[in-house]
Design a protein around this ligand. Structure first.
Ligand code: SF4
Ligand code: SF4
Length: 284
């Protein structure tokens, strides 16, 4: 099982599409009480948790918290891995990379988020520096590119030229992105699309969000509900509450064709998360 830990909403960038609405002024972060909940959950499920993924905000602003959390894990599985998702702004030189990574108690892999939304805040030189540092220090590195426009291909090529695999994700109208009036070019899901045979891509993960709780969803149901709906966001005090919830059971046992058949679906969708949000609003 993958366990995602969002450290806080502080970030040294302010991307217009940010699904978590993070930024320099956002001070919400994990409290000590929440860190102890995370430790309890991890230690009770250590045999099943093979990877912890730290996200933000920008995780390199939270190195002390990462180390405190990792220190609180009393036992780890033999193949346990730590991954950090970063915007690479810290990686202004090889020396800065060496300094920041030496402060981390443990890290096996890095995901670099970089695309047309992140590039106003971070130079390509930082990307080259961070990739080089990771490769020279046996840290796995891959990239996450959000598809806002045709420009996405330029960023995929940048990483491809560096022999770094990139995962392209659709623009999501979630968080600050949900407030944008500009339309990005996600394709509408067709009624006969294979994607409707799939289930929630995150159903087998668990995340903890500061000030919110446990949830497998890090998309619409976590970060959209306050903007678009009077319905409470999909977050729980405990993992046990999460997996016994109605929505978890529905998404675990049904694909999106089956979910669509249960609701009066409006017009078009550009992601399964759109369908999921309609289902959640109609059935909660
Ligand atoms: S998308 Fe990432 S880098 Fe950009 S503001 Fe949000 S957390 Fe920060
Ligand atoms: S919105 Fe629904 S389908 Fe999308 S990640 Fe969240 S729970 Fe899964």
């Amino acid at each position: 099982m993958k366990f995602g830990i969002m450290l806080g909403f502080a970030c040294n960038a302010h991307c217009e599409h940010c699904t978590t609405s993070s930024g320099p002024g956002n001070k919400t972060h994990l409290t000590d009480f929440e860190k102890s909940k995370i430790a309890s959950f991890f230690n009770e499920n250590a045999k099943q948790i093979h990877k912890v993924v730290f996200s933000g905000g920008e995780p390199f602003l939270y190195i002390d918290d990462i180390n405190q959390i990792l220190t609180s894990f009393t036992s780890i599985s033999s193949d346990f891995q730590v991954e950090v998702i970063t915007n690479a702004i810290f990686a202004s030189s090889a020396e800065k990379c060496a300094k920041e990574f030496s402060r981390l108690k443990m890290v096996n892999s890095v995901i670099i988020s970089y695309d047309e939304f992140h590039s106003p805040f971070c130079s390509q030189q930082n990307i080259l520096t961070l990739v080089k540092y990771c490769k020279e220090n046996n840290i796995n590195v891959c990239a996450s590119v959000t598809k806002g426009s045709y420009k996405a291909i330029e960023y995929v090529k940048l990483f491809s030229d560096l022999n770094v695999e990139s995962q392209v994700t659709d623009f999501k109208y979630t968080g600050r992105g949900a407030l944008l009036t500009k339309k990005y070019f996600n394709d509408a899901i067709q009624p006969n699309s294979d994607i409707l045979d799939s289930k929630c891509p995150l159903i087998n993960t668990v995340n903890y969000f500061p000030g919110k709780g446990f949830s497998f969803c890090c998309g619409h149901l976590m970060f959209n509900m306050e903007y678009n709906s009077p319905i409470k966001r999909f977050a729980f005090d405990s993992y046990a509450d999460m997996i016994s919830s109605h929505l978890y059971q529905e998404l675990k046992n049904h694909n999106f064709s089956e979910i669509l058949a249960k609701i009066k679906c409006p017009t078009t969708y550009t992601s399964v998360c759109d369908i999921c949000q309609h289902f959640y609003e109609e059935t909660m």
